[in-house]
Design a protein around this ligand. Structure first.
Ligand code: DLZ
Ligand code: SF4
Length: 516
């Protein structure tokens, strides 16, 4: 047999199962295709990151003696879609099968699986770059009524031995989240992220992306992503030495001026294959054992990688394709136009969107409690918000983006992942950030021209969805407060929110949303 091994843009690891035990005549293919850049209008930095990392990875493979065919975006013969391009290359090199590791998206997985028995057959291999496979997750989930991440995570701790003292969790507690909710005190210095020098390959890719995808939302200027394993390791070391100790405390903080705070920003490198989850978890654990980072930081970080990341991937692969159609709250609104240009007077939203435009990144709590919370309160359709998150974040692959957005942010999976929606009023944002100081709205007012829109939207959301949410035991307290409010106050809030939503709907559609 003579296989063509297709390596996708988010599979850039030398440990990839399809690269092991290859016959000497095998051809490894990497394909830059415009279809993958456009099915949602990806942020130009995200496309540049993937293409630059692919080109560097192809070089690394060649150096190790692999025979590589690299389809560049502007090759005249390029068919510009992954499946057709792999088939073209297989024929070109007289290969009799195409091997590929499970891709990160149902759409591609399905297209490849349909060709398993074709004349030129596709062979799908399991991706073992994770702590768990979809089968492991299915085995854990079977027979359980609820799929709470916390129980999955504890089992992962036991299985991996991370932060374990015998049978017990290190420090006596599984979860130290309570210590991880401090706002950032004014003037706290935040270490600057490492800057990677752009070599000729990276520079060429940035120019190529500007030419082909320059009309997409997002700036290319501040491109700072690691595009090789070596650069990714520099970022890992930077996180471990300079950010991890304070990561826990300020995990939920939001800053008007600092886009990265103490977050690792390692997700993009992890999701592309430049780093492995094991090496980052083990590096963090070491800091705890050597006394250089506190347990709340290390546990918080390991929970994200060993717990959440594996958990959402399990949810994705065991629930697709139905999962993507979930819309438990019947949300139908289109995405507000300012998600594409930041033109809003709401300071917190404006800054989250500007930071997204500049960096192809916003941290977890901006995604969940600012842009996400706003979309939840306004009944934005899951599909519209999910497409936006998938497009604009450098780390977004559908397996991780979809459950986080549709399930966690929008509660559109009916509570499979989260026991209650993460809805919050302006009070929360005011407590966790310094945005409100720079905002023309007042987070303490609920009605009137200066009132923070989050406040009336919050109560109006709870009223609109009372039938679905008020019986939820975790929402009891808040529905109690709502029912104690006077009819007059409730009417005023309803009017305030209604007028806001009307204005939102009246704004003209933004024509560049899909790069037209
Ligand atoms: C996101 C992306 C982009 C923009 N371009 C490419 C590409 O040209 N070639 C490629 O192999 N992969 C690309 N990707 C990543 C794929 O979309 C990704 O592999 C699937 O979405 C599965 O996660
Ligand atoms: Fe955001 Fe409201 Fe604060 Fe303005 S007042 S920054 S809209 S939370």
């Amino acid at each position: 047999p003579r296989p063509l091994v297709l390596v996708l843009g988010d599979q850039l690891s030398l440990m990839l199962p399809s690269l092991r035990d290859l016959p000497a005549n095998a051809v490894v293919a990497l394909c830059e295709v415009s279809a993958e850049g456009r099915y949602v209008p990806h942020h130009p930095q995200k496309i540049a990151l993937i293409l630059a990392a692919m080109r560097h990875f192809a070089e690394a493979l060649r150096k190790r003696g692999y025979r590589v065919h690299y389809s560049a975006l502007d090759d005249p013969d390029n068919t510009q879609a992954l499946v057709t391009e792999a088939q073209r290359l297989a024929r070109l090199h007289a290969c009799d099968e195409i091997r590929v590791v499970r891709p990160g998206e149902w759409r591609l997985w399905q297209a490849m699986r349909e060709r398993e028995h074709a004349t030129l057959p596709w062979r799908l291999l399991e991706d073992d770059r994770f702590y768990t496979t979809p089968d492991d997750f299915a085995a854990w989930a079977s027979g359980r009524r609820s799929l709470r991440m916390e129980y999955f995570y504890r089992e992962q701790r036991r299985r991996s031995g991370l932060l374990m003292e015998g049978e017990e969790p290190a420090g006596g507690r599984w979860n130290l989240d309570h210590d991880n909710r401090e706002p950032l005190p004014t003037g706290t210095p935040v270490p600057a992220p490492p800057h990677h020098r752009h070599d000729t390959t990276t520079r060429a890719v940035i120019a190529l992306v500007a030419e082909h995808f320059g009309d997409h939302f997002g700036s290319l200027e501040g491109f700072h992503w690691p595009v090789t394993r070596r650069q990714a390791l520099v970022d890992l070391r930077h996180f471990i030495e300079h950010l991890l100790p304070a990561f826990g405390r300020y995990q939920d903080a939001i800053s008007d001026s600092e886009p990265f705070l103490f977050h690792s920003r390692l997700a993009a490198a992890l999701n592309l294959g430049l780093l492995s989850p094991r090496e980052v978890c083990e590096a963090a654990e070491r800091e705890y054992h050597e006394g250089r980072a506190p347990l709340n930081s290390v546990e918080g970080f390991i929970r994200q990688v060993l717990g959440w990341r594996e958990y959402v991937r399990g949810v994705y692969w065991t629930r697709m394709p139905d999962y993507k159609r979930g819309n438990a709250l019947g949300a139908r609104r289109g995405l507000p136009n300012f998600f594409w240009d930041g033109e809003t007077e709401m300071r917190c939203l404006r800054r989250a969107i500007e930071m997204t435009r500049d960096n192809a990144y916003a941290h977890h709590i901006q995604r969940l409690m600012v842009t996400g919370n706003f979309a939840l309160l306004c009944d934005v359709a899951p599909e519209a918000l999910c497409d936006w998150y998938l497009a604009v974040y450098a780390d977004a692959c559908e397996w991780v983006e979809l459950p986080n957005t549709l399930g966690m942010v929008l509660h559109a999976d009916g509570g499979l992942m989260g026991s209650k929606p993460y809805c919050a009023s302006g009070k929360y944002i005011d407590r966790m950030s310094d945005h409100c100081r720079h905002c023309r709205f007042d987070p303490k007012r609920v009605t009137g021209p200066d009132a923070c829109p989050f406040n009336s939207l919050y109560w109006d959301f709870l009223e609109r969805h009372a039938e679905t949410l008020s019986t939820n035991p975790r929402m009891k307290l808040i529905y109690g407060s709502l029912s104690r409010m006077s009819e007059e106050k409730r009417n005023a809030m309803r009017d305030q929110a209604g007028a806001f939503l009307e204005r939102l709907d009246a704004a003209p559609a933004y024509s560049h949303a899909r790069g037209q």
